[in-house]
Design a protein around this ligand. Structure first.
Ligand code: ZN
Length: 194
């Protein structure tokens, strides 16, 4: 059974994938939420339930090949391909360009689903789509665990996200939590920044 919206939200919270607080992001901005998709995907039963949602969305798309951008997309791409009975390969950065390597190939017109963990601007997915098309395969859809664009990205193919999430981030000098004197935390580190 695919996870419902409520079960998915609960899984994000229970696994610490979605944190609430006052966070310093890698961009230097501050946010009241922090999302680390890998935290939920470390539990295979959640990964299975999330990918069942992708399978429901693309059941009738006759997917033959799943391609994911490395590293984030690999876990969900592999499981989605398993459920669809499709083949799975990945794209990875080589000289800053998303490339399909390792002798992986695709047949002309092969029906391909691109699967990612988190879409923010969609950059890695766009590059993966280009790499798939360069092999002559056809992109029939895109699936992502989380869409942080708030539904604004257009991949030129049907796009299904298990969850849509708006990102609120502020420059430190405009941060309301700093204003309130709430200590800021850098996610993923045990130390608080000076
Ligand atoms: Zn702040």
């Amino acid at each position: 059974m695919a996870l419902t919206d409520e079960q998915l939200a609960a899984a994000f919270k229970q696994t610490g994938a979605l944190l609430q607080g006052h966070f310093l992001l890698t961009s230097g901005k501050h946010s009241d939420r922090y999302f680390q998709c890998a935290k939920v995907l470390q539990h295979p039963e959640h990964t299975t339930g999330i990918c069942e949602r992708f399978v429901e969305a693309f059941r009738d798309a006759n997917v033959e090949l799943v391609v994911s951008p490395a590293i984030g997309g690999i876990v969900v791409g592999q499981e989605t391909a398993r459920q669809l009975g499709a083949r799975f390969i990945w794209a990875e950065r080589e000289n800053d360009k998303m490339t399909i390597r390792r002798g992986f190939d695709a047949a002309p017109g092969e029906r391909t689903l691109v699967v990612e963990d988190v879409v923010t601007t969609g950059g890695s997915v766009f590059e993966t789509i280009d790499a798939v098309k360069a092999l002559g395969a056809e992109v029939v859809g895109v699936a992502s665990v989380v869409d942080r664009s708030g539904g604004t990205v257009d991949f030129g193919a049907p796009f299904s996200a298990a969850m849509t999430m708006q990102v609120t981030a502020w420059a430190p000098e405009e941060c309301p939590l700093c204003e309130e004197g709430v200590p800021v935390v850098k996610p993923g580190s045990r130390k608080k920044p000076a």
